[in-house]
Design a protein around this ligand. Structure first.
Ligand SMILES: [Mg+2]
Length: 163
């Protein structure tokens, strides 16, 4: 390369087009970058994998099946978690504006936890409705991009969003 930095592409990486930035590979070294890629592979999460674990765990709370709660029951759970998230962000707004009333200062971990709770219940709602959330997200993303004339598209192998 003209700037002397190596181009590092990891053929064995699950992300077929994933190329570490040359600066990153240069600064951390090839072996460390490869290890980071392996960590990413272990940590890779798909909608299907999440659904499997989520429903499996949920059946311990709902042994009669996730359908023992109606979609509106699950939606109530989703909105409950959204409310918890909103409460944390409301506290952050108070902090931003120097207003009193907070019992604690919401941490990044607390905010991330509530986002995760929203995702967990949203996935259970989708499961109850028979919706493949990954496929639905990709399809809708591409529909909106096409409608507004943006070039952004998500293209996945047909099996990559299937349970
Ligand atoms: Mg929560």
């Amino acid at each position: 390369m003209a700037d002397g930095l190596p181009t590092v592409t990891f053929q064995d990486c699950p992300h077929k087009d994933w190329t570490f930035s040359r600066q990153m590979a240069w600064s951390m070294g090839y072996n460390e970058a490869l290890a980071k890629c392996a960590d990413a592979r272990r940590a890779e999460l798909t909608f299907a994998a999440f659904r499997l674990a989520n429903v499996s765990r949920c059946l311990k709370w709902h042994p009669a099946g996730i359908e023992s709660w109606s979609p509106s029951d699950w939606l109530t759970a989703v909105t409950g978690e959204l409310g918890e998230l909103a409460s944390l962000l409301k506290m952050r707004n108070r902090e931003r504006d120097g207003l009193p009333g907070n019992k604690f200062s919401p941490s990044d971990k607390q905010v991330a936890d509530e986002l995760a709770d929203v995702l967990t219940y949203l996935d259970l709602l989708a499961a109850t409705l028979g919706v493949d959330l990954g496929s639905a997200a990709v399809e809708k993303f591409n529909e909106v991009s096409a409608r507004v004339g943006f070039p952004d598209r998500i293209e996945l192998a047909p099996s990559s969003t299937k349970p």
